[in-house]
Structure formats: C-alpha cells, structure tokens
Design a protein around this ligand. Structure first.
Ligand SMILES: Cc1cc2nc3c(=O)[nH]c(=O)nc-3n(C[C@H](O)[C@H](O)[C@H](O)COP(=O)(O)OP(=O)(O)OC[C@H]3O[C@@H](n4cnc5c(N)ncnc54)[C@H](O)[C@@H]3O)c2cc1C
Length: 489
C-alpha cells in the first residue's frame, strides 16, 4: 500500500514529535502537526528567565539509563550533563530543618529515608503482605512505620511525613491517602541512574534533534484543535476519489479545517478530561470516556526563587522542611478533608527547596496537588514572600529578600491542565490505560468503517513508562508504527 495517507498529529510535545518523525522517516509525506501553543515541547519547557543558563519549567531529568530511548539519544549526541555537574550533585547533601529552626542530624534523616525507600519499593514491586490488601499507600506506610524500630525515634515521624510529602511529587498526587498500596500498574523503573541531567541546552536540545527530522512547515503552532469529526465516510465509499473521501475532519479554533485519513491525538489526559466530551463527533466510546475520567492527572509545580547571593553552604543540595504536623500526617489529612482549612496552610505542602544546576543563587521549591493548584492563583510576589519567611524561620541562615520569583502554573495551563498522570485508589490502571490508548473505530466496528481513524498517544497512554518523557516519546512511536504496519499490508 502506498504511504500517501493524510495524517494530522494533534500536539507537538514529545509524543506528537516522535509520531510525526517516525512517520516521515517511514516515507509518509502528508503529515502535519497542529499545536495550540506558540512553541513546541508541551510539558517540556526550557527557558532562560534569570541568566544565559537554562531553567526547566517542566521535565528536568531523564529517568533511567538502560533501554531508555531518550537517554541513548542524548548520549549519542553528547547532550547529557558534563561529568563535573553530576559529580557535584553526588557530593552534596540535603539539609533537613524542623519548624522552629532545628537542624536535624543526618543520621536519623538517613535512617528514616532508607526505611521509607524500602517500604515504597516493596509496594511498587507488588511484594506486600496480604493484610495490606485494600490499604491506601499512605495507610500501608503509616502502619509499617509504626511497627518499625524507628517508631519511637525522636523526630522520626516528622521526617517520615516529609518522605510521604516528597513522594507526592513523584506520584503527582495530592496525597498518598488517595492512591492504593498495591496499584494495578505495569510501570517499569528502568535500570541505571534515575536522575539523569541534561547538558547546557537542557531538554530543548533533544527537542531540536527531533525537529531537525521534520520538513519545514510540518508544524503549525498557535493552531488549537476545537473538534474532531470522524467516521465521515465508510469503506463502501472507496469508489469516490481519494480527495473527497477522508473519514476525519479536524476543525481548529481559528476555523482552519484539515481533512485526514488518520489523526493522532497526543493532548494531555488533563486536556482530555476537560474537552473529550465536546471535542469528538461521534462521541468517544463509553469505555474510553470512563478511562479518561477515572485515570488521575495531578499537578506538580515548581517555585523558582532567585537571590542576589547564595546563603546556603556550598555542599547543600536542598533545604528540606519538616513540620511537627504536616499535611501528610493522617490526622491532619483527615481533618482538612472536610473544609477549606488547608488553603490557609497551603505552603506546608512545599517539600523543600533544591539548589539548581548552573544557577548558584537560585532555589527550586516543589509543591503538589490541591495546594499547588491553590498556589497558582496567588501572585508570584506573595508566594515568594511566604517562601522567604519559611526559609528564615526554618534555617538559622541569613536569608536575603528574593530578587526574582517564577512559579509554574501547570494546573491552570489550558493546554495541559496538570503535570502527569497517576492511578487513583481503586482504579485498574492497566485496563484503563489500554482503553485510553485504543484507536477508533473500535475493532468490532471496523468492518464497515475505515480503520485507524483516530489514534491516541501521550504519556498517560503508555503502560510501562507513563508520567515520563520517554513514555511520551515511545507512545508516539507506537502509534506511528501502528499506521506504518497498516500501510505495509
Ligand atoms: C513540572 C513537571 C516536571 C516533570 N518532570 C519530569 C522529569 O523530570 N522527567 C520526565 O521524564 N518527565 C517529567 N515530566 C513529565 C513529562 O514532561 C511528560 O510526561 C511529557 O513531556 C508529556 O509529553 P506528551 O507529548 O505526552 O504531552 P505534552 O507535552 O502535554 O504535549 C501535548 C501537546 O498538545 C498541545 N495541545 C493541547 N491541547 C491542544 C489542542 N486542542 N490543539 C492542539 N494542540 C493541543 C499542548 O500544547 C502540548 O504541546 C514532568 C512534567 C512536569 C509538568
């Protein structure tokens, strides 16, 4: 079969770019990417707001090395961080402080962290005892901690609460009390270092590599898709000229219309949650709508604080905040669930402030969930002032006023609506991710409809690597390959 199919890719994040590149490499000449934003990259956003050096507002690391396509690509093109930077991060350490200003000794911090890591890895490897069946991740961790030798250690429970709060960032969840201890998931942690940093060009350098593989004019930016009509023609209409026989019509916000044989939708799960019911005609099958609704899409935000001078020791990798009563204490979580009291203390959800590569006077705070969404509604300056107050009250260091503040607003970004996907408590992740990724029309209907009209890619559709950039990339390759196979018969 000749590869003259007309293909529209919606979204120019890693998934969309990888899909388009794979198709073009396979000989497809009629490929267009429609991107709502004025830039490519989606949740990858490399910027230079403070100096000539880069800051990553979205993805920062490549997670895992062995068999990681993006790690291998970056390595091949010399895009990974220089060794010195990696060495520096290895020799530095986190400083843990308690509210009130006490610096917590490394010994107890290391013990609690190592117990936490053991417990969480048991859960992720599905090695939990039967008695934890039906437990939330938070409850399982609490019970296990209370039965451990560290249960009565001074400051131990505060540090354990910090571990849970910090884990919320990796999971993109509001609380570990909202995910299961034994998730139905096929997530794979690739071997090798988890936090691989990129070189001075950041993630943009990888995007640039992909962009080189696309002919000029492939990407139309500032072109948001409003609706996707599909099943407009049937197989029996094959005798019509190809030109007027495209089963899919894509209409953009700017009223431009694109007819296509196949559309690959790569918008985030957050966008699908907001728009799937209005974007598609005919409506998406119930199973897909259910997957969109039930899979989780959480918000993780960064708070960049730029100071005129460094006030932390040179070996400091981060300043971590431990509360007497933190938001991931079960009692606090339960009491705050009923009303809006948590809004008053949203800042307690910040796990800490990490130092930032190539920016000796910048710190990056991390916050997740409903507190992150609330923070996004505040002025940058108000957030900056609160962070400086926190830093002053926790550390005994002389903290100057902040000179520039930059907060990310992934939850309110109308082209993303969050940061990455997660599997909420009680949801069969594998089943729902499969349904999310299933192309349309469903196979059962394929006999009288044209096949593979609407395909779905994007981070949330990848069974093994959801949440990650390499998962997004591979999902794009997967859907391109589906079409390549179809045209190979
Ligand atoms: C704060 C943060 C930190 C992260 N850290 C890491 C990390 O360290 N390592 C890691 O591996 N991953 C990380 N991630 C996750 C990673 O960024 C994503 O998994 C990945 O980039 C998703 O790519 P995607 O192509 O699936 O989706 P996206 O990047 O969201 O691409 C979808 C594209 O579709 C566009 N779009 C949306 N609606 C429309 C429409 N109607 N019409 C046309 N276009 C539309 C969007 O503008 C976007 O460009 C992080 C994410 C965030 C937000």
């Amino acid at each position: 079969m000749s590869r003259d199919g007309k293909i529209v890719v919606v979204g120019a994040g890693f998934a969309g770019l990888a899909a388009a590149m794979s198709l073009i490499q396979a000989g497809f000449q009629n490929v267009k990417i429609l991107e709502a934003k004025d830039r490519v990259g989606g949740r990858v956003c490399t910027t230079k707001p403070f100096t000539e050096n880069i800051i990553e507002l979205g993805a920062n690391w490549i997670h895992g090395q062995n068999k990681n396509c993006l790690y291998q690509l970056a390595k091949k093109h010399n895009l990974l961080a220089e060794k010195a930077l990696v060495d520096h991060s290895e020799s530095s350490r986190d400083y843990f402080f308690k509210n009130g200003g006490k610096h917590l000794p490394d010994e107890i911090v290391d013990k609690v962290k190592s117990l936490f890591e053991k417990l969480i890895s048991k859960a992720f490897k599905a090695e939990l005892a039967r008695r934890y069946k039906g437990f939330t991740l938070g409850d399982y961790l609490d019970v296990s901690y209370s039965e451990s030798d560290l249960a009565s250690a001074k400051d131990g429970s505060g540090i354990f609460e910090w571990c849970k709060r910090s884990e919320c960032t990796d999971e993109a969840v509001s609380s570990l009390y909202e995910v299961s201890a034994s998730q139905d998931s096929d997530y794979i942690d690739l071997d090798g270092e988890f936090y691989n940093s990129l070189g001075p060009g950041g993630y943009q350098a990888i995007l640039d590599l992909l962009l080189k593989g696309l002919p000029p004019g492939t990407i139309l930016s500032n072109t948001a898709v409003k609706s996707i009509q599909w099943d407009l023609t049937t197989n029996s209409q094959d005798n019509k000229s190809k030109e007027e026989n495209h089963p899919v019509k894509v209409t953009c916000e700017n009223d431009e219309i694109f007819e296509a044989d196949h559309v690959i939708v790569t918008v985030s799960l957050g966008v699908l949650k907001q728009q799937a019911r209005t974007m598609f005609e005919p409506a998406l099958p119930k199973s897909k709508l259910d997957a969109i609704e039930r899979l989780g899409f959480g918000t993780v935000d960064k708070i960049f604080l730029c100071f005129t001078k460094r006030f932390w020791p040179e070996d400091c990798a981060g300043i971590q905040l431990v509360w007497d009563e933190g938001p991931e204490d079960k009692a606090v979580y339960t009491s705050q669930d009923k009303d809006d009291a948590w809004k008053e203390t949203w800042f307690k959800k910040i796990s800490g402030f990490d130092t930032v590569a190539r920016h000796p006077t910048v710190l990056c705070g991390w916050i997740t969930g409903r507190e992150a969404l609330h923070m996004e509604t505040l002025q940058d300056s108000e957030v900056g002032d609160i962070c400086v107050r926190l830093l002053r009250s926790f550390t005994s260091w002389s903290v100057p006023d902040v000179s520039k503040v930059l907060i990310t607003k992934w939850g309110h970004d109308s082209n993303v609506y969050g940061s990455y996907s997660f599997i909420p408590e009680g949801v069969n992740g594998i089943k729902k991710q499969k349904e999310l990724a299933m192309p349309l029309p469903p196979q059962i209907k394929a006999s009288n409809s044209k096949p593979l009209q609407v395909l779905f890619a994007g981070e949330a559709t990848h069974l093994n690597f959801y949440t990650t950039t390499h998962g997004a990339y591979l999902s794009g390759v997967r859907e391109a390959q589906r079409l390549i196979n179809h045209y190979s018969h």
